[in-house]
Design a protein around this ligand. Structure first.
Ligand SMILES: Cc1ncc(COP(=O)(O)O)c(C=O)c1O
Length: 367
């Protein structure tokens, strides 16, 4: 992107020349409460001053409070929390839990899904370059089923399948939302065949899609889900929130991470979650998401996919060209693996006025 940001506030970035840019990309869905929210910044500074770091060798109140806060915000029985440092690491651990619990190795994932670039997640991420890299490294690939295809999922699930890994709203594929019927079928098939259902909510979770978790938004509860990106508003963090079924047999040391659950990212995440609640940002994401979808359609956008503030605008021309024309107007948006889909993933605090500014810029570009 053609900007070198030096400052940020809310949905705005300031470049080296002091010019302001409207950020509908949100630092890749990370700036959930806006850039440098004062509460998050204060929590980081205060915690850093008190105790910068200690590992999981000791209990920490911030870690315990964050685990409680996540368990409270996810549907039962998701109540066990493992904290790490990134999205891929969270998925890697969720896959590990599923394999350990079932004693099976095969993973089923969905075409268009993006799950990370570590060893286990690379094998599940869709895309020729990732599959080729996994193949060269000798990593067994996941079985990939077409998007939202219940019959193909049914056919893929034999007694070797440890887990089905799904992004309820696929981010990189262009904010493609699975149908609730597909997710419900995945739940039923996992139960029938003794497999574990995993939701990758790294892009679509933490309030982005109409509820705190996509599981709640879609009304389907997996056996574990993963969060990262927007959880701490900008500090590296990842979380697996799992059913006790997957964790009861664990003993200390089975999962671990030196930096995971450190006091500073936990303090940042707690402050960030408090802002999401106090500023009613989930409700805001739904309302502003609807405004953007309505406005985009009135400008001739063929279709709007996704939910809340993870939206795919299906345009009748190159999304990269639209993105570039918006850059020229100092507006940041994302693209996707679909050449005709422009992706919006702004802060959950994106205001109605900012949505109007984005739509006005889009009107100039599409008009
Ligand atoms: C859905 C999804 N899963 C996993 C990841 C990997 O997260 P990270 O880059 O923090 O490892 C991403 C990152 O873009 C993602 O969008």
């Amino acid at each position: 992107m053609p900007i070198r940001p030096v400052r940020g506030h809310g949905s705005w970035l300031v470049d080296e020349d002091g010019a302001e840019w409207l950020d509908a990309y949100g630092g890749h869905a990370v700036a959930s409460t806006g850039h440098s929210h004062p509460d998050v910044v204060r929590a980081i500074a205060e915690q850093a001053e008190q105790l910068l770091f200690y590992s999981t060798a000791v209990p920490l109140p911030q870690r315990e409070a964050l685990a409680e806060a996540l368990a409270e915000r996810c549907p039962a029985p998701l109540g066990r929390v493992f904290l790490c440092n990134s999205g891929a690491e969270a998925n890697e651990n969720a896959l590990h839990l599923a394999r350990r619990h079932t004693g099976r190795q095969t993973i089923v994932s969905v075409r268009g899904g993006w799950h990370g670039r570590t060893v286990a997640t690379l094998a599940c991420t869709d895309g020729a370059r990732y599959e080729e890299a996994a193949r060269r490294a000798g990593i067994p690939l996941s079985r990939k089923v077409p998007f939202d295809d219940v019959a193909a999922l049914d056919a893929a699930m034999d007694d070797r399948v440890a887990a089905v890994l799904v992004e309820p709203v696929q981010g990189f594929a262009g904010a493609r939302d699975c149908s609730p019927a597909f997710l419900a079928a995945a739940r039923r098939l996992c139960d029938e065949r003794g497999a574990v259902l995993l939701f990758d909510e790294i892009q679509c979770g933490v309030g982005r899609c109409g509820a705190f978790s996509a599981a709640e938004a879609f009304g389907v509860t997996p056996d574990a889900l993963t969060f990262a990106k927007g959880l701490a508003g900008g500090l590296p963090i990842g979380a697996v929130v799992a059913s006790p079924m997957l964790t009861d047999a664990l003993v200390p040391g089975d999962l671990g991470s030196t930096f995971g659950g450190g006091p500073v990212p936990c303090a940042a995440a707690l402050a960030n979650l408090a802002v999401i609640e106090r500023e009613r940002l989930i409700e805001n994401a739904v309302a502003v998401g609807e405004q953007l979808a309505r406005g985009a359609k009135s400008l001739g956008v063929r279709k709007v996919s996704g939910r809340g503030l993870l939206l795919g605008l299906h345009v009748d021309r190159s999304a990269v060209e639209v993105q570039r024309a918006l850059f020229a107007r100092r507006v940041l948006t994302g693209t996707s693996t679909d050449p005709n889909v422009l992706r919006l993933l702004p802060p959950l605090s994106f205001s109605s006025r900012e949505a109007d500014l984005l739509l006005a810029a889009l009107e100039e570009v599409l008009g």
